[in-house]
Design a protein around this ligand. Structure first.
Ligand code: PHE
Length: 352
C-alpha cells in the first residue's frame, strides 16, 4: 500500500503558521521533525515497509521535511519582524526628562595661575619663552656664574642624570653633564644667546630639586622666570613692575619687601617676600609661622651672565626674577599644603 504523507506535511505547516511566539514555533518543529517527532518516526519506520514502497516513502518524507524546514524559517522571520516592530513602537522619547549631567573637567590651579601670569605680564609687554626640563650643567650652572667648584651649587640640590660624558667631561664645553633643571634661570641664557636686547620675557616651567617633601617643598614644582634687558634699567623698574603684578594678580595691593640676598647670576640680589595671604601675616603652616612668604628671588643681571651670552654689559643692564608659581597658587587659593597640587585628588581639583 502506497502511503500518503501530504496530510501530515500540511498539518505541520498549519501548526507552524499559527505559532505565535518563537517558543511555540520551536515546540511545533520538535513535534514533527524532532527526535521523536511524527515525521522522524515515519522515517525510522521505513525499514518495516515492503521493499517496493521504501524508496518512494523515503523520498516523500524527505520532501516533507524540507518543506517543513522552509515553513519554519519563514515563520521565524515573520515573528522576528513583528517583535522588532513592536519594540519600535514602544521606543518613546520623553523630551521633558531631565538631561544627563555632563561632567566637565577643570583647569589645574597651577595652569590657571600660569595663564593669569601670562596675561598680566603680556599686557606689560613681556613675551613668553621656554627651555628644556632636561638641561646641561652649562645652562643650569656654569653660564649663570656657578662653576663646578662654587659653593653656591649647594643652593640647588640637583638630580643629575647618568650619561657617558659625565665621567670624562669637565664643564668647559657646552655639552657636559645632564641634569633636571633646578630653576628656570637657564632660559635666560638660552634666550640671550639667540636674541639681541632689548629683551622682556617671562619663562614659566617645571623645575626639580632633590629635596625632602613637606607642606612647602616638592621634588618638582613650577617657577616663572622673568628677564628684562634694556638701557637704563634699575631696581626701581623691577620694584614697580612686581608691585603692579601682585596688585593685578591678587586683585588688591599686597605688601612686598625686598631682602638683600645672594645669587651668583645677579648683583645686587634680593629675596622678595609678601605678607602671607592665608593667615594675613599672623603665622601659619604655609609661611612657616613667620607671617611672610618668600615668593621670589631677583636681582640685577650679573655682567658675567652677559659675557657668557655675548651681550655687552657696558651697553646693557637688566633685572631677572624667579617666582615660585606653587606659592602664588597657594596664596591665591589659600592652599596650605603644596602636596595637594600634585596628588591628583579630584575632591581638591574639582574646586577650581
Ligand atoms: N633661579 C633662582 C632660584 O631658583 C631665582 C632667581 C631667578 C634669582 C632670577 C634671581 C634672578 O632660586
Amino acid at each position: 500500500m502506497q502511503r500518503d504523507f501530504s496530510e501530515l506535511e500540511q498539518e505541520a505547516k498549519n501548526a507552524i503558521k499559527t505559532a505565535q511566539t518563537p517558543k511555540e514555533l520551536e515546540a511545533v518543529l520538535r513535534l514533527y521533525t524532532g527526535k521523536e517527532g511524527k515525521i522522524t518516526r515515519e522515517i525510522q519506520a521505513i525499514p518495516t515497509l515492503a521493499v517496493s514502497e521504501r524508496a518512494e516513502a523515503g523520498s516523500a518524507l524527505n520532501t516533507a521535511k524540507i518543506q517543513i524546514a522552509k515553513a519554519y524559517a519563514e515563520r521565524q522571520d515573520e515573528l522576528k519582524q513583528r517583535a522588532q516592530k513592536e519594540s519600535g513602537a514602544e521606543e518613546f522619547l520623553d523630551v521633558t526628562a531631565p538631561g544627563k549631567k555632563i561632567e566637565y573637567g577643570s583647569l589645574h590651579p597651577l595652569t590657571l595661575v600660569q595663564r593669569v601670569c601670562g596675561e598680566i605680564f603680556g599686557s606689560m609687554g613681556f613675551s613668553i619663552a621656554q627651555g628644556p626640563e632636561i638641561e646641561t650643567e652649562w645652562y643650569n650652572f656654569d653660564a649663570l656664574n656657578i662653576p663646578a667648584d662654587h659653593p653656591a651649587r649647594d643652593m640647588w640640590d640637583t638630580f643629575w642624570l647618568k650619561s657617558e660624558e659625565a665621567k670624562s667631561q669637565r664643564p668647559k664645553t657646552k655639552n657636559p653633564r645632564f641634569l633636571l633643571r633646578t630653576h628656570t634661570s637657564p632660559v635666560q641664557i638660552r634666550y640671550l644667546e639667540t636674541h639681541t636686547p632689548p629683551v622682556r620675557i617671562i619663562a614659566p616651567g617645571r623645575v626639580f630639586r632633590y629635596e625632602a617633601t613637606d607642606a612647602n617643598h616638592q621634588i618638582n614644582f613650577y617657577q616663572l622666570e622673568g628677564l628684562v634687558v634694556d638701557k637704563d634699567i634699575s631696581v626701581a623698574n623691577f620694584s614697580a613692575i612686581i608691585q603692579e603684578f601682585f596688585k593685578r594678580f591678587f586683585g588688591f595691593p599686597v605688601t612686598v619687601r625686598l631682602r638683600p640676598s645672594y645669587f651668583p647670576f645677579t648683583e645686587p640680589s634680593f629675596e622678595v617676600d609678601m605678607t602671607c595671604v592665608v593667615c594675613k601675616g599672623k603665622g601659619c603652616a604655609s609661611c612657616s609661622h613667620s607671617g611672610w612668604l618668600e615668593i621670589m628671588g631677583a636681582g640685577m643681571v650679573h655682567p658675567r651672565v652677559f659675557n657668557a651670552t655675548g651681550v655687552d654689559p657696558a651697553k646693557w643692564q637688566g633685572f631677572a626674577f624667579g617666582i615660585g608659581l606653587d606659592r602664588l597658587a597657594m596664596m591665591k587659593y589659600k592652599i596650605n599644603d603644596i602636596r595637594l597640587l600634585y596628588e591628583g585628588d579630584l575632591r581638591f581639583l574639582r574646586q577650581f
